[in-house]
Design a protein around this ligand. Structure first.
Ligand code: SAM
Ligand code: DTB
Ligand code: SF4
Length: 339
Protein backbone atom coordinates (compact mmCIF):
# COMPACT_ATOMS: atom_id res chain seq x y z
CA UNK A 1 0.00 0.00 0.00
CA UNK A 2 1.24 3.45 -0.85
CA UNK A 3 2.68 5.33 2.07
CA UNK A 4 1.18 8.64 3.04
CA UNK A 5 4.07 11.00 3.08
CA UNK A 6 4.09 14.19 5.10
CA UNK A 7 2.74 17.25 3.35
CA UNK A 8 5.30 19.13 1.28
CA UNK A 9 6.92 22.14 2.84
CA UNK A 10 4.76 24.38 0.64
CA UNK A 11 1.85 25.75 2.66
CA UNK A 12 -1.14 23.43 2.87
CA UNK A 13 -3.60 26.25 3.26
CA UNK A 14 -7.06 25.58 1.92
CA UNK A 15 -6.72 29.08 0.48
CA UNK A 16 -3.79 28.04 -1.66
CA UNK A 17 -4.68 26.54 -5.02
CA UNK A 18 -1.41 24.69 -5.44
CA UNK A 19 -1.02 23.35 -1.94
CA UNK A 20 -1.58 19.72 -1.15
CA UNK A 21 -3.77 18.76 1.75
CA UNK A 22 -4.44 15.24 2.98
CA UNK A 23 -7.60 13.74 1.56
CA UNK A 24 -10.24 11.87 3.53
CA UNK A 25 -9.34 8.64 1.69
CA UNK A 26 -5.61 8.96 2.33
CA UNK A 27 -6.07 9.38 6.05
CA UNK A 28 -8.54 6.52 6.28
CA UNK A 29 -6.19 4.25 4.32
CA UNK A 30 -3.41 5.10 6.74
CA UNK A 31 -5.63 4.39 9.76
CA UNK A 32 -6.67 1.04 8.26
CA UNK A 33 -3.15 -0.21 7.63
CA UNK A 34 -2.09 -3.38 9.42
CA UNK A 35 -1.18 -2.17 12.90
CA UNK A 36 2.45 -3.29 12.91
CA UNK A 37 3.09 -1.72 9.51
CA UNK A 38 1.49 1.50 10.73
CA UNK A 39 3.64 1.49 13.86
CA UNK A 40 6.75 0.84 11.74
CA UNK A 41 6.00 3.85 9.59
CA UNK A 42 5.17 6.05 12.56
CA UNK A 43 8.36 4.99 14.27
CA UNK A 44 10.44 5.82 11.22
CA UNK A 45 8.84 9.27 10.97
CA UNK A 46 9.35 9.77 14.68
CA UNK A 47 13.05 8.89 14.55
CA UNK A 48 13.61 11.18 11.59
CA UNK A 49 12.16 14.23 13.35
CA UNK A 50 12.67 13.83 17.10
CA UNK A 51 15.17 12.78 19.72
CA UNK A 52 13.53 9.40 19.94
CA UNK A 53 14.36 8.50 23.52
CA UNK A 54 12.98 11.68 25.08
CA UNK A 55 9.49 12.25 26.44
CA UNK A 56 8.30 15.67 27.55
CA UNK A 57 6.70 15.74 30.99
CA UNK A 58 3.92 18.32 31.35
CA UNK A 59 1.97 19.15 34.46
CA UNK A 60 -1.64 20.30 34.44
CA UNK A 61 -3.38 22.50 36.95
CA UNK A 62 -7.01 23.54 36.99
CA UNK A 63 -6.89 27.21 38.01
CA UNK A 64 -10.67 27.64 37.73
CA UNK A 65 -12.64 24.46 38.24
CA UNK A 66 -16.27 23.65 37.42
CA UNK A 67 -19.39 25.67 36.73
CA UNK A 68 -18.70 25.88 33.00
CA UNK A 69 -21.59 27.09 30.81
CA UNK A 70 -20.63 24.81 27.90
CA UNK A 71 -22.35 21.42 27.52
CA UNK A 72 -19.42 19.21 26.39
CA UNK A 73 -20.85 15.73 26.91
CA UNK A 74 -17.59 14.30 28.25
CA UNK A 75 -16.83 16.97 30.79
CA UNK A 76 -17.41 16.81 34.55
CA UNK A 77 -16.87 20.59 34.74
CA UNK A 78 -19.97 21.45 32.72
CA UNK A 79 -22.76 23.04 34.77
CA UNK A 80 -25.27 21.23 32.56
CA UNK A 81 -24.71 17.94 34.38
CA UNK A 82 -24.91 16.68 37.97
CA UNK A 83 -21.31 15.52 38.15
CA UNK A 84 -18.94 15.12 41.06
CA UNK A 85 -17.25 18.41 40.23
CA UNK A 86 -18.83 21.60 41.51
CA UNK A 87 -17.89 25.22 40.84
CA UNK A 88 -14.87 26.46 42.77
CA UNK A 89 -13.23 29.82 43.17
CA UNK A 90 -10.33 30.72 40.93
CA UNK A 91 -6.92 29.94 42.45
CA UNK A 92 -4.72 32.82 43.45
CA UNK A 93 -1.49 33.52 41.65
CA UNK A 94 0.79 32.44 44.50
CA UNK A 95 -0.85 29.01 44.78
CA UNK A 96 -0.43 28.49 41.05
CA UNK A 97 3.22 29.52 41.05
CA UNK A 98 3.85 27.20 44.02
CA UNK A 99 2.37 24.32 41.98
CA UNK A 100 4.46 25.27 38.97
CA UNK A 101 7.59 25.31 41.11
CA UNK A 102 6.78 21.80 42.38
CA UNK A 103 6.16 20.65 38.83
CA UNK A 104 9.58 21.93 37.84
CA UNK A 105 11.21 20.24 40.84
CA UNK A 106 9.78 16.85 39.87
CA UNK A 107 11.01 17.23 36.28
CA UNK A 108 8.21 18.78 34.27
CA UNK A 109 9.24 21.25 31.59
CA UNK A 110 5.78 22.46 30.64
CA UNK A 111 3.02 23.74 32.87
CA UNK A 112 -0.53 23.94 31.55
CA UNK A 113 -3.23 25.91 33.34
CA UNK A 114 -6.88 25.17 32.60
CA UNK A 115 -10.02 27.19 33.28
CA UNK A 116 -13.58 25.92 32.96
CA UNK A 117 -14.61 28.87 30.83
CA UNK A 118 -16.55 29.05 27.60
CA UNK A 119 -14.45 32.05 26.63
CA UNK A 120 -12.07 34.56 28.07
CA UNK A 121 -13.69 37.75 29.32
CA UNK A 122 -11.57 40.86 29.78
CA UNK A 123 -11.29 41.84 33.42
CA UNK A 124 -9.68 40.82 36.70
CA UNK A 125 -9.87 37.04 36.11
CA UNK A 126 -8.05 37.33 32.79
CA UNK A 127 -5.55 39.75 34.32
CA UNK A 128 -4.88 37.11 36.96
CA UNK A 129 -4.23 34.48 34.30
CA UNK A 130 -1.75 36.86 32.65
CA UNK A 131 0.05 37.17 35.96
CA UNK A 132 0.11 33.38 36.32
CA UNK A 133 1.67 33.10 32.87
CA UNK A 134 4.36 35.64 33.78
CA UNK A 135 5.12 33.75 36.98
CA UNK A 136 5.39 30.39 35.22
CA UNK A 137 7.72 31.90 32.63
CA UNK A 138 9.93 33.34 35.38
CA UNK A 139 10.46 29.77 36.59
CA UNK A 140 11.79 28.85 33.16
CA UNK A 141 8.96 26.50 32.27
CA UNK A 142 7.03 26.37 29.03
CA UNK A 143 3.68 27.98 29.77
CA UNK A 144 0.42 26.74 28.27
CA UNK A 145 -3.15 27.74 29.05
CA UNK A 146 -6.54 26.41 28.02
CA UNK A 147 -9.27 28.97 28.67
CA UNK A 148 -11.92 28.39 26.03
CA UNK A 149 -12.40 30.84 23.18
CA UNK A 150 -10.09 33.85 22.83
CA UNK A 151 -10.26 36.83 20.49
CA UNK A 152 -7.27 38.34 18.68
CA UNK A 153 -6.67 41.04 21.29
CA UNK A 154 -6.72 38.56 24.19
CA UNK A 155 -4.36 36.25 22.32
CA UNK A 156 -1.98 39.18 21.79
CA UNK A 157 -2.07 39.96 25.52
CA UNK A 158 -1.30 36.32 26.37
CA UNK A 159 1.64 36.41 23.97
CA UNK A 160 2.90 39.61 25.55
CA UNK A 161 2.77 37.92 28.99
CA UNK A 162 5.11 35.26 27.58
CA UNK A 163 2.68 32.44 26.82
CA UNK A 164 4.22 29.67 24.73
CA UNK A 165 1.19 27.54 23.86
CA UNK A 166 -2.59 27.63 23.85
CA UNK A 167 -4.55 24.38 24.16
CA UNK A 168 -7.88 24.30 22.38
CA UNK A 169 -9.01 20.86 21.27
CA UNK A 170 -11.16 20.04 18.27
CA UNK A 171 -12.20 16.97 20.27
CA UNK A 172 -13.94 15.20 17.36
CA UNK A 173 -14.78 15.60 13.68
CA UNK A 174 -16.79 18.48 12.27
CA UNK A 175 -19.55 15.97 11.38
CA UNK A 176 -19.74 14.55 14.90
CA UNK A 177 -19.32 17.85 16.74
CA UNK A 178 -22.99 18.53 17.49
CA UNK A 179 -23.50 15.12 19.03
CA UNK A 180 -20.91 16.04 21.68
CA UNK A 181 -21.22 19.82 22.11
CA UNK A 182 -24.22 22.01 21.26
CA UNK A 183 -23.23 25.29 22.89
CA UNK A 184 -20.54 26.16 20.33
CA UNK A 185 -19.54 25.13 16.84
CA UNK A 186 -16.54 23.49 15.24
CA UNK A 187 -15.94 26.77 13.40
CA UNK A 188 -15.79 28.65 16.73
CA UNK A 189 -12.99 26.29 17.65
CA UNK A 190 -11.11 26.89 14.40
CA UNK A 191 -11.49 30.67 14.81
CA UNK A 192 -9.80 30.59 18.22
CA UNK A 193 -6.96 28.47 16.84
CA UNK A 194 -6.52 31.10 14.14
CA UNK A 195 -6.40 33.93 16.73
CA UNK A 196 -3.81 32.03 18.72
CA UNK A 197 -1.69 31.34 15.66
CA UNK A 198 -1.83 34.94 14.46
CA UNK A 199 -0.69 36.16 17.87
CA UNK A 200 2.47 34.05 17.49
CA UNK A 201 1.53 31.54 20.19
CA UNK A 202 2.07 27.87 19.40
CA UNK A 203 -1.03 25.76 18.88
CA UNK A 204 -1.91 22.72 20.99
CA UNK A 205 -5.01 21.00 19.65
CA UNK A 206 -6.18 17.42 19.68
CA UNK A 207 -9.14 15.36 20.70
CA UNK A 208 -10.75 12.49 22.53
CA UNK A 209 -11.52 8.94 21.50
CA UNK A 210 -14.05 6.66 23.16
CA UNK A 211 -17.07 8.97 22.92
CA UNK A 212 -18.96 6.74 20.46
CA UNK A 213 -17.41 8.37 17.38
CA UNK A 214 -16.87 6.38 14.18
CA UNK A 215 -13.50 5.55 12.71
CA UNK A 216 -14.18 8.16 10.03
CA UNK A 217 -14.76 10.77 12.75
CA UNK A 218 -11.39 9.96 14.26
CA UNK A 219 -9.70 10.20 10.88
CA UNK A 220 -11.45 13.44 10.00
CA UNK A 221 -10.41 15.05 13.25
CA UNK A 222 -6.78 14.15 12.58
CA UNK A 223 -7.09 15.29 8.98
CA UNK A 224 -8.40 18.71 10.03
CA UNK A 225 -5.48 19.10 12.43
CA UNK A 226 -2.92 17.92 9.88
CA UNK A 227 -4.28 20.26 7.21
CA UNK A 228 -3.94 23.36 9.40
CA UNK A 229 -1.21 25.67 8.15
CA UNK A 230 1.16 25.42 9.85
CA UNK A 231 0.38 22.18 11.60
CA UNK A 232 -0.16 22.35 15.39
CA UNK A 233 3.08 22.12 17.36
CA UNK A 234 1.28 19.91 19.88
CA UNK A 235 -1.51 17.35 19.52
CA UNK A 236 -2.94 15.74 22.67
CA UNK A 237 -4.77 12.47 22.14
CA UNK A 238 -7.10 11.75 25.05
CA UNK A 239 -9.00 8.57 25.84
CA UNK A 240 -12.34 9.46 27.39
CA UNK A 241 -12.31 9.42 31.17
CA UNK A 242 -15.97 8.57 31.77
CA UNK A 243 -17.30 10.86 34.49
CA UNK A 244 -20.38 10.03 36.58
CA UNK A 245 -23.30 12.33 35.80
CA UNK A 246 -22.13 13.27 32.28
CA UNK A 247 -23.95 11.91 29.21
CA UNK A 248 -20.88 9.79 28.39
CA UNK A 249 -20.55 8.31 31.88
CA UNK A 250 -21.37 4.80 30.69
CA UNK A 251 -19.27 4.61 27.55
CA UNK A 252 -17.27 1.39 27.41
CA UNK A 253 -13.50 1.83 27.63
CA UNK A 254 -11.63 2.36 24.37
CA UNK A 255 -9.59 -0.47 22.96
CA UNK A 256 -6.04 0.60 23.85
CA UNK A 257 -4.92 -0.48 20.38
CA UNK A 258 -7.23 2.20 18.92
CA UNK A 259 -5.29 4.75 20.93
CA UNK A 260 -2.04 3.34 19.54
CA UNK A 261 -3.48 3.63 16.04
CA UNK A 262 -4.57 7.24 16.59
CA UNK A 263 -1.14 8.18 17.87
CA UNK A 264 0.60 6.46 14.98
CA UNK A 265 -1.61 8.19 12.41
CA UNK A 266 -1.08 11.56 14.11
CA UNK A 267 2.67 10.96 14.07
CA UNK A 268 2.77 10.10 10.35
CA UNK A 269 0.52 13.00 9.33
CA UNK A 270 2.29 15.52 11.57
CA UNK A 271 5.96 14.51 11.69
CA UNK A 272 7.29 17.46 13.68
CA UNK A 273 4.42 17.78 16.13
CA UNK A 274 4.71 16.77 19.75
CA UNK A 275 2.06 14.07 20.11
CA UNK A 276 0.82 13.79 23.67
CA UNK A 277 -0.54 10.62 25.23
CA UNK A 278 -3.01 12.49 27.40
CA UNK A 279 -6.07 11.64 29.52
CA UNK A 280 -7.02 8.05 30.20
CA UNK A 281 -3.67 6.55 31.17
CA UNK A 282 -4.90 5.23 34.54
CA UNK A 283 -6.95 2.69 32.54
CA UNK A 284 -4.02 1.60 30.39
CA UNK A 285 -1.52 -1.11 31.19
CA UNK A 286 2.17 -0.29 31.14
CA UNK A 287 2.44 -2.30 27.95
CA UNK A 288 -0.30 -0.31 26.23
CA UNK A 289 1.34 2.95 27.25
CA UNK A 290 4.66 1.69 25.96
CA UNK A 291 3.09 0.88 22.60
CA UNK A 292 1.73 4.44 22.45
CA UNK A 293 5.22 5.78 23.12
CA UNK A 294 6.60 3.46 20.48
CA UNK A 295 3.99 4.63 17.97
CA UNK A 296 5.16 8.22 18.24
CA UNK A 297 3.81 9.77 21.42
CA UNK A 298 6.54 11.90 22.95
CA UNK A 299 4.84 13.57 25.86
CA UNK A 300 2.72 12.62 28.85
CA UNK A 301 0.91 14.51 31.57
CA UNK A 302 2.90 14.05 34.73
CA UNK A 303 1.71 14.43 38.30
CA UNK A 304 -1.08 12.54 40.01
CA UNK A 305 -3.93 14.74 38.78
CA UNK A 306 -5.06 15.91 35.37
CA UNK A 307 -7.57 18.76 35.76
CA UNK A 308 -10.17 17.05 37.93
CA UNK A 309 -9.45 13.33 37.43
CA UNK A 310 -6.56 11.11 38.53
CA UNK A 311 -3.38 10.47 36.57
CA UNK A 312 -0.70 7.83 37.36
CA UNK A 313 1.72 8.52 40.23
CA UNK A 314 4.99 10.17 39.36
CA UNK A 315 7.12 7.21 40.46
CA UNK A 316 5.08 4.86 38.29
CA UNK A 317 5.66 7.09 35.28
CA UNK A 318 9.36 7.47 35.90
CA UNK A 319 9.76 3.72 36.16
CA UNK A 320 7.67 3.19 33.02
CA UNK A 321 9.97 5.54 31.10
CA UNK A 322 13.09 3.96 32.56
CA UNK A 323 11.86 0.45 31.73
CA UNK A 324 11.21 1.57 28.16
CA UNK A 325 14.69 3.08 27.90
CA UNK A 326 13.24 6.56 27.64
CA UNK A 327 14.11 9.67 29.58
CA UNK A 328 12.34 12.87 30.52
CA UNK A 329 13.09 15.67 28.10
CA UNK A 330 15.46 18.18 29.70
CA UNK A 331 14.47 21.85 29.87
CA UNK A 332 15.26 23.82 26.71
CA UNK A 333 18.68 25.45 26.94
CA UNK A 334 17.27 28.99 26.95
CA UNK A 335 14.83 28.22 29.76
CA UNK A 336 17.31 26.06 31.71
CA UNK A 337 19.52 29.07 32.34
CA UNK A 338 16.85 30.76 34.41
CA UNK A 339 16.40 29.62 38.02
N1 SAM B 1 -12.70 25.03 28.91
C1 SAM B 1 -11.60 24.94 28.06
C2 SAM B 1 -11.91 24.20 26.77
O1 SAM B 1 -12.79 23.40 26.72
O2 SAM B 1 -11.17 24.43 25.82
C3 SAM B 1 -10.38 24.30 28.70
C4 SAM B 1 -10.50 23.12 29.62
S1 SAM B 1 -11.13 21.61 28.92
C5 SAM B 1 -11.32 20.62 30.35
C6 SAM B 1 -9.73 20.95 28.02
C7 SAM B 1 -9.90 19.63 27.31
O3 SAM B 1 -9.93 18.57 28.25
C8 SAM B 1 -11.15 19.41 26.50
O4 SAM B 1 -11.10 20.02 25.25
C9 SAM B 1 -11.17 17.89 26.35
O5 SAM B 1 -10.47 17.50 25.19
C10 SAM B 1 -10.41 17.42 27.58
N2 SAM B 1 -11.31 16.69 28.49
C11 SAM B 1 -12.23 17.21 29.31
N3 SAM B 1 -12.89 16.24 29.97
C12 SAM B 1 -12.37 15.06 29.54
C13 SAM B 1 -12.65 13.70 29.85
N4 SAM B 1 -13.60 13.36 30.71
N5 SAM B 1 -11.92 12.75 29.23
C14 SAM B 1 -10.96 13.10 28.34
N6 SAM B 1 -10.67 14.37 28.02
C15 SAM B 1 -11.36 15.34 28.60
C1 DTB C 1 -5.88 17.84 26.85
O1 DTB C 1 -6.05 17.52 25.67
N1 DTB C 1 -6.08 17.04 27.88
C2 DTB C 1 -5.86 17.72 29.12
C3 DTB C 1 -5.33 19.10 28.65
N2 DTB C 1 -5.47 19.03 27.25
C4 DTB C 1 -5.92 20.34 29.19
C5 DTB C 1 -7.09 17.75 29.97
C6 DTB C 1 -7.62 16.37 30.29
C7 DTB C 1 -8.76 16.50 31.22
C8 DTB C 1 -9.27 15.16 31.66
C9 DTB C 1 -10.44 15.28 32.56
C10 DTB C 1 -10.19 16.01 33.85
O2 DTB C 1 -9.18 15.74 34.54
O3 DTB C 1 -11.04 16.83 34.22
FE1 SF4 D 1 -16.25 23.77 29.81
FE2 SF4 D 1 -13.96 23.05 28.66
FE3 SF4 D 1 -15.41 21.28 30.13
FE4 SF4 D 1 -16.34 22.08 27.77
S1 SF4 D 1 -14.43 20.93 28.13
S2 SF4 D 1 -17.53 21.95 29.67
S3 SF4 D 1 -15.63 24.18 27.69
S4 SF4 D 1 -14.40 23.10 30.86
Amino acid sequence: MAQVSPPPSAPVSPASKTARAFTREEVRALYDRPLLALIDEARAVHRAHHVDDEVQLCTLLSVKTGGCPEDCAYCPQSSHYESEVGPEKMLDVNAVIASARRAKEIGSTRFCMGAAWREVKDGPAFDRVLEMVRGVKELGLEACVTLGMVNADQAARLKEAGLDAYNHNLDTSRENYRSIIKTRTFDDRIATLQNVREAGITVCSGGIIGMGESTDDRCEMLRTLANLTPQPESVPINALVPSPGTPLADRPPVDPLDLVRMIAVARVLMPKTRVRLSAGRTSLTREAQMLCLMAGANSIFYGDKLLTTPNPDEEEDLSLLADAGLKPMPPARDTARRS
